[in-house]
Design a protein around this ligand. Structure first.
Ligand SMILES: Cc1cc2nc3c(=O)[nH]c(=O)nc-3n(C[C@H](O)[C@H](O)[C@H](O)COP(=O)(O)OP(=O)(O)OC[C@H]3O[C@@H](n4cnc5c(N)ncnc54)[C@H](O)[C@@H]3O)c2cc1C
Length: 259
């Protein structure tokens, strides 16, 4: 179920280079990890289109929604200027989220801002008794975001940086590949750049591990009506079909995607 709402800004704090952690007070109907909200990012009708942001966390007792976003253009720059007490116009939760497997061992693989939805999944999975390993990759240690918040939860964090400034030196998928040589997982969940997702899909497919990936496409309505965010998927018979990322996704089984 999705809804239109007004959320009051509780905090909007810089947590990295051009990266902000936004806390909003709003009542959402049962958001699931992997779903997103569609925010109006302007005080008038400009920009006209809402901007999609993943649910980074949700606390039902406090009715507090958390988002983690990078300033890349007009909408997110406007968002970075919001202050406590301001109100934002949102739509959601939208889309199809992650589905945890019957088995207890899960690997989450985040590239850069891909940590945004996987943080929520890590927390929910750990609370549900899953054995969670979170693989996080970034260009350098500055890009390893909000991991301190996971301390105290049953989440094993494995870091990788391209420049070797923290954790494994190299792509997070190389770290995952090494671990898959001796670790068993019942499910793999990934969010990040498309090339990283394709590599995760390959690694999972080679080992027969079910994997889900969250895709990012530019989207307009967010509700499946405008067909502005279609992605090519394999159907049951191997034929290719086109689905909306906003309504059929953004999370898809990795083996269905035409990489
Ligand atoms: C389902 C979904 C969840 C997302 N979750 C997050 C999140 O949690 N945190 C976050 O920082 N970003 C997230 N994004 C990307 C975010 O929506 C865009 O960065 C944002 O809409 C850009 O708006 P803008 O007005 O600031 O930039 P614009 O002026 O619209 O664009 C500026 C630049 O950003 C790129 N861009 C715009 N839209 C997207 C997009 N959808 N995906 C990738 N690049 C884009 C453009 O190509 C352009 O180079 C998500 C996208 C989707 C589809």
């Amino acid at each position: 179920m999705s809804s239109l709402w007004q959320g009051e800004v509780v905090a909007n704090t810089a947590v990295g280079p051009d990266i902000y952690h936004l806390r909003l007070r709003t009542a959402l109907p049962g958001p699931r990890p992997g779903q997103f909200v569609h925010l109006r990012c302007g005080s008038s009708w400009d920009p006209l289109l809402r901007r999609p942001l993943s649910i980074h966390d949700y606390n039902p007792a406090r009715q507090e929604l958390e988002l983690l976003y990078q300033v890349v253009g007009r909408g997110t720059a406007w968002l970075a200027g919001r202050r406590p007490g301001d109100f934002l116009d949102g739509l959601g939760p939208l889309g199809r989220g992650f589905t945890l497997p019957p088995g207890p061992r899960v690997a989450l693989v985040a590239g850069g801002l891909g940590i945004a939805p996987l943080f929520f999944l890590a927390r929910v999975a750990a609370a549900g008794g899953y054995q969670v390993t979170l693989y996080v990759g970034a260009r350098s240690r500055d890009g390893l975001l909000r991991l301190e918040t996971l301390q105290g939860l049953a989440v094993e964090v494995q870091r990788a940086t391209d420049d070797g400034s923290a954790g494994f030196a190299g792509p997070v998928t190389s770290l995952l590949a090494r671990h898959l040589e001796y670790k068993q997982y019942d499910g793999i969940f990934a969010c990040g750049p498309r090339a990283m997702l394709a590599e995760v899909a390959k690694l999972a497919g080679q080992r027969g591990i079910p994997a889900e990936v969250s895709l990012e496409e530019r989207m307009a309505c967010g509700l499946g009506a405008c067909r502005g965010c279609v992605v090519a998927l394999y159907g049951e018979d191997g034929s290719i079909a086109y689905e909306n990322v906003c309504s059929a996704g953004p999370v898809f089984p990795a083996e269905k995607i035409v990489w």
